[in-house]
Write a protein that binds this ligand. Sequence first.
Ligand code: SAH
Ligand code: SF4
Ligand code: F3S
Length: 522
Amino acid sequence: MRKKIFSCHSFITHAIMKFASQSCFIKGEYQKNMFNEIINFDQMDLNAAPPSKEPERQYYFIARCREWVKDFQKENGRLPRACVFNMGCQMNARDSEKFRGILAAIGYENVEQEDADLIIYNTCTVRENANLKVYGHLGALGAKKKKNPHMRIGLCGCMMQEPEVVEKIKKSYPFVDLIFGTHNVFKFAELLWLSIDSDRTIIDIWKDTDQIVEDLPCQRKYFFKSGVNIMFGCNNFCSYCIVPYVRGRERSRAPQDILKEVRALAEDGVVEVMLLGQNVNSYGKNLEHPITFAQLLEEVAQVEKIKRIRFMTSHPKDLSDDLITVMSRYDKICPHMHLPLQSGSSRLLKIMNRRYTKERYLELVDKLRGAIPDISLTTDIIVGFPGETEEDFQETLDVVRKVGYDSAFTFLYSKRTGTPAAVMENQIPEDVAKDRFSRLLTEVQEIAKERSSRFQGQVLPVLVEEVNTHTPGLMTGRLANNLLVHFPGDRGLLGQIRDVRLDESRGFYYMGTLADSPRKDG
Ligand code: SAH
Ligand code: SF4
Ligand code: F3S
């Protein structure tokens, strides 16, 4: 059931569409939905009431906004510019691509600077410093908006699902025009129209949802790779984590919709997909016709033009033997697993509500390495969780040494209001946590450096992903195991899978040289 916790719409119409019938130049290439199907927004009947069915309702509001863009262009001699800043994880990044797709369909030019006409911050709240960053940006934007009162500012994403955050924004940053959350991302066009059409702050936050609205436009950051949502939300309630509160309960997308999207991406030139979910290993359990993540992965692997498949994130408690078997059977499933540990102490893991022990975790690592010998393992670790003793911390270091991670994200525990851990009495003093953090970082970095050098001298396929911004003439590619390699080349290589010789390990990346002519399958 969808519930609104608060909403204050203003429907005052003061923008009269003077030039609605005149033609204008609005880019048409993003008038496609995420399945690559053409949508003709210009055929919407804007004299009729908005449809109640989704996604038609959003098409209607995209069309409304397109009329506004025509007026804007008449007045200013240019298209309006929009900038979407992504501040969170891959799931947020994918949502940002949906916003950019809708904005492009409306006629906005997507830019990357803060002096745009519309600025959207897609926020994260997993740790406190994520929130502090947003307030920092807002402070600076306040002054900019005074100089340019036409500038429109929108906030969305996980942080907006916290009522106290919204209260603070209303009070301290009243110049924000639009606030919405994670459950109504698909309503972006409608909310933007409401904002354009009124002089009030539009706030629309849903407490939860059971809706998954497909068929909306999406603009990818990379033409050759893409994230694909396979599920939304999380049911795990790890005791430190705010994600289940801000992303809601676990909902899996239907496998046929996922496959339709993957096939459409493949037809559109995508060679790598990353299947996204907070806990991909529990995919499909709540579907009407349950299917496992291993089965889904195997189906995705059948899509011929997809050459690389990644996924994120695997929870150790649900990692099945079937998944390991499927991974070992298909070369195109990348030999990389991000397997968050959080802590090496079974005692703390229990209080964290992670539902595995140190021993079980190490067993999984053995199984993975047994089936896929060269697999690259990465992880997330939290230090300073309430009650963490030096002995607990030593257990974490022990796992780090035993596993030998290829890389690890280490985090200082951050108290999140509303989570069970936030009210635990034995919070760790900052200096103790920081000391452990730096000891852990040193250990992790030394091991990762040694691990990543094991491919030196080999020739391996890389997906060429970026023009290197630091050194002109260099391109950056990614090995199947997720390591980066920089090598001389030009932007014509972007999106190709090419063999590169890994000449020199530089710790966390390689310097290399191109070692092939173009592959037929690249
Ligand atoms: N669903 C993923 C994690 C998503 S959040 C999983 O279960 O692995 C990404 C990472 O942020 C987590 O793995 C955890 O290490 C870290 N994290 C989450 N809450 C945190 C908190 N309160 N303080 C510090 N780190 C946290
Ligand atoms: Fe947070 Fe745990 Fe869910 Fe990951 S599995 S998002 S850490 S509650
Ligand atoms: Fe952050 Fe939300 Fe992702 S809290 S980590 S952006 S799910």
